[in-house]
Design a protein around this ligand. Sequence first.
Ligand code: ADP
Ligand code: MG
Length: 701
Amino acid sequence: MDPNFLQTPISYLKGVGPNRAETLKSELGIETYKDLLHLFPNRYLDRTTYYTINQLQPSGADVQVIGKIIHIKTVEQKRGKRLVATFVDETGEMELVWFRGQKWIRENLKLNEPYVVFGRVSRYGSTFSMPHPDMELLKEHQAGLKIAMQPIYPSTEKLGSKGITNRVIGKMMQQLFLESKGIFPESLSKTIIDELRLISKNEALFNIHFPKSQNLLAKARFRLKFEELFYVQLQLISKKLLRKQKIKGLPFEQVGEKFNIFFEKHLPFELTTAQKRVIKEIRSDLGSNAQMNRLLQGDVGSGKTIVALMCMLLAIDNGFQACLMAPTEILANQHYNGLKQLLGHMEVKIALLTGSTKKSERTLLHNQLENGNLNILVGTHAVLEDKVRFKNLGLAIVDEQHRFGVAQRSKLWHKNEIPPHVLVMTATPIPRTLAMSLYGDLDISVIDELPPGRKPVKTVHRFDSNRLKVFRFIKDEIKKGRQVYIVYPLIQESEALDFKDLMDGYESIVRDFPMPDYQISIVHGKMKPVDKDYEMERFVKGETQIMVATTVIEVGVNVPNASVMIIESAERFGLSQLHQLRGRVGRGAQQSFCILMTSGKLSEDAKTRLQTMVRTNDGFEIAEVDLKLRGPGDLMGTQQSGLLHLKIADIVKDNQILKTARYHAILLLKEDPKLQKEENIPILIAYTKMMKSKVLWGYIS
Ligand code: ADP
Ligand code: MG
């Protein structure tokens, strides 16, 4: 076959022409033979049985009937026109109906000729009606390829109205296979094909479009999914290898004085096994001469901060500076104070830089950074500004990474000639294999263990109608000396309404919890940072017992004495957000509670979310449910990752195949890093082509 055959513009295909080519391009992104070949069916229909009209049932299933059109009319209605054809066989009559694309259909339908129609029927009175049937002249149907499973291709309204029906696409596909003789270049090596017992590329492509049997269809799908995921993994892994070879890292050769002093004298508790393991992993990265780019996953409260601090001490011990970035001012503040406290009177210079740092302080800070007097800088996005220059930044840590974009992260790289080591910390648990794909060339560490002695938070769901009881419970807890969060949703689309809810809620809480017995803080996004900090501070110090807030407190805030988290309109929060919020309590020794308040009307998904929260505290389990409910599209990071643009595989449902693909990609690159072996040539060719045509996506800067 001509190697460029698949690059042929689609308009060259018999039966396509410039008009259809235009529509195929705008609607489905199909420009070449290859694009068409990779338009995979969404589903398949069983076309082995034929029904007569008197056998029809309003079952909702798709059926196939042979008959003739004896009459066509346009029916005018208030809601618009529809085209109705009377379709008969020897047992009775039914209607075929079109709401769209009527002109084309009217001009092209033939009266009194036998057709095979296929579609879903519904019954109106005693008449069956089939809207937008898939139809084919009987003689063509008989002459066409005999396939048991009828593929259903992705479609759009415009495609339909331009006459590019599913059947027409099927025809094009037949034509494509006719011209190519069904022979396409193999793109996997014999080793992989043999080991996984895959069917050949030719067989797979044929059976995905014209399945000969259920069994072959399943094999075709497996092979094509594997191949797709394999190439994504191949790209990710080779990128990572490349980075490790090319990008020199700053050498952190020694574990020095500060690290040791801290470990021996200042560590307020024994590290968990998981924390120790992670510190070891990071240390080995820092000691190698490649740049570290690592993701640290650990559920809320698992103790990531101390890990961050110890790594920063390693940097300092090796003569470098370190910075820690947080997504919000509150959190940056808290990190700053927390680190200062942990460091005690150790000789480490640490400073805070946020949007509200005063100009005079800023200038001083800039100087100290540049002359190296400052060891650790804690801050918000402000750290990324160009004016902020370090003498020798060795380690950059980003907390709660989903708030930061990829572009922002890459900015960190450019603060030095040699990029600093980067550690990204996230509390959003993502199943491990998925994380490896989503975050591409990051290495991953997981803290999968909570510090000892934590009592799991007790979670309950209460309806708004039980509010009085809930308030009584809050009063009891406050009497015991505890503090309480009450959180309201704040979703951008309905900001004004949400804000009103928050204020109404606040007022009613002030009424139910009167001063001077009760002191209440409020924090929301419309407040000035200084006011926010002031209110937050009062709560942290225990001067107020109740904190009314929007989700600004979602990330990171640490008040161990707070034992109750009330989430208002909990049905409106996503699972990961609920889990994050719940993580604000249960940080002290006492039993903590999370109360999910909702109205009486709940969608099925909302019920599942609430039940999941009540059932488990395990972040990974919650992440799995979340993924099933929402799909990967909403997962942090997926937007940029390109994994949403997969044609046939699904990173969630096909997780098992993903693992296999990853394993084989790693193995291949280990044994033949440059893909030079004879038998890997098919892979090299396919890979090079994909990289050129940008089929594979760039992941990280
Ligand atoms: P996160 O991972 O959510 O950032 P933090 O670092 O804020 O968690 O830690 C949560 C709490 O647990 C803090 O009060 C911290 O001091 C405490 N902590 C962390 N590690 C341990 C440990 N190994 N033993 C006991 N307490 C710990
Ligand atoms: Mg944290």
